[in-house]
Write a protein that binds this ligand. Structure first.
Ligand code: GLP
Length: 245
C-alpha cells in the first residue's frame, strides 16, 4: 500500500484530485469509481475547480458509484444520487447517461443488485476507485462481518453507521436501515484504489487498517489483497500510526 500523509485535509483533497485528473488526462474515456460521505467533498471541490480551469474534460468519462440507500431516489435530498449531482456531476461536463449509481428504489432489489453487477461488468471495472472509510472500517456499505467474496448486494446498516450518518437527516429515524452496495469482490476489481481518510474520528480505523490483520471483521483490511492501493490520509487520521498525535 502506498501511503501519502498530508498535514491538512485540503492537501489530502489536492492529492486525490491530482490523481483523478491525471487519470482523466491520460485516458479521456476513463471509468472512475466514486464514493459519497463528507471526506470526498473536498476532492470533488478541487475536481470542479480544475475543470473550470480546463485541467480535465469529462465528456467521455464514465462513473460508477459504490452504493445507495434503499428507499431514497433521485428526488430525495439525502440520496447518494442527489449528493453526486449536487457535489460533482452537476458542475462538470459529464454526460448524465454515463453516471451509474445503484437504484435504491427498485421494486425488486435483488434484481437491481444483479443489474448493477452487470453494469460494472459492462462499463467497468473502474480505472481508479475512490473510497472513504467508516469508523468501523466499512467501505462502501460493507459492514464488519461482510464476506470479502460478495458482489453488489443489499445490506442492513450497522447502528453505528446509521448514527454516524444521522447528521445528514432530520433525525436518526429518517436514516434508512438498508442500502445497496457494491460488494468487496466488486470493489477489488478496480484497477487502482485510492482510499482517503481525514480527521481524528478515523484515526483508530487507519491504525487498524495498517497494523491489523486481514479480517472480515474489518472490511477495509480486504484492500491489502489488492496490489495497487494508495492511502491518502491527513495527520489527524494518521496520529496513532506515527505516534505524533
Ligand atoms: C458512508 C458511505 C461510505 C463512506 C462513509 C464515511 O457510510 N457509504 O462510502 O466512506 O460513509 O463517510 P464520511 O466520509 O462522511 O466519514
Amino acid at each position: 500500500m502506498n501511503i501519502i500523509v498530508t498535514e491538512t485535509k485540503e492537501q489530502l483533497s489536492e492529492q486525490a484530485c491530482s490523481i483523478f485528473e491525471a487519470q482523466v488526462k491520460a485516458d479521456p474515456e476513463s471509468v472512475l469509481g466514486l464514493a459519497t460521505g463528507s471526506t470526498p467533498l473536498g476532492t470533488y471541490e478541487k475536481l470542479i475547480e480544475g475543470y473550470k480551469k480546463g485541467n480535465a474534460d469529462y465528456q467521455r468519462v464514465k462513473t460508477l458509484n459504490l452504493d445507495e440507500y434503499v428507499g431514497l431516489g433521485p428526488d430525495h435530498p439525502e440520496s447518494y444520487r442527489t449528493f453526486m449531482e449536487e457535489n460533482l456531476f452537476g458542475h462538470l461536463n459529464i454526460d448524465a447517461a454515463n453516471t451509474y449509481i445503484p437504484d435504491g428504489t427498485a421494486d425488486d432489489l435483488e434484481k437491481e443488485c444483479l443489474r448493477y453487477e452487470e453494469v460494472i461488468e459492462k462499463v467497468g471495472p473502474p480505472d481508479i476507485q475512490l473510497l472513504g472509510i467508516g469508523e468501523n472500517g466499512h467501505i462502501g456499505f460493507n459492514e464488519p462481518g461482510s464476506s470479502f467474496d460478495t458482489p453488489t448486494h443489499i445490506v442492513e446498516l450497522a447502528a453505528s453507521t446509521r448514527e454516524a450518518n444521522a447528521r445528514f437527516f432530520p433525525s436518526i429515524e429518517d436514516v434508512p436501515k438498508q442500502a445497496v452496495t457494491m460488494g468487496i469482490r466488486s470493489i477489488l476489481k478496480s484497477k487502482r484504489i485510492v482510499l482517503i481518510a481525514s480527521g481524528e474520528r478515523k484515526a483508530r480505523a487507519i491504525e487498524r487498517l495498517l497494523a491489523g490483520e486481514i479480517d472480515e471483521a474489518f472490511p477495509a483490511s480486504a484492500l491489502k489483497n489488492h496490489d495497487d492501493v494508495t492511502l491518502i490520509v491527513d495527520r489527524n487520521a494518521y496520529q496513532f500510526v506515527d505516534g505524533k498525535g
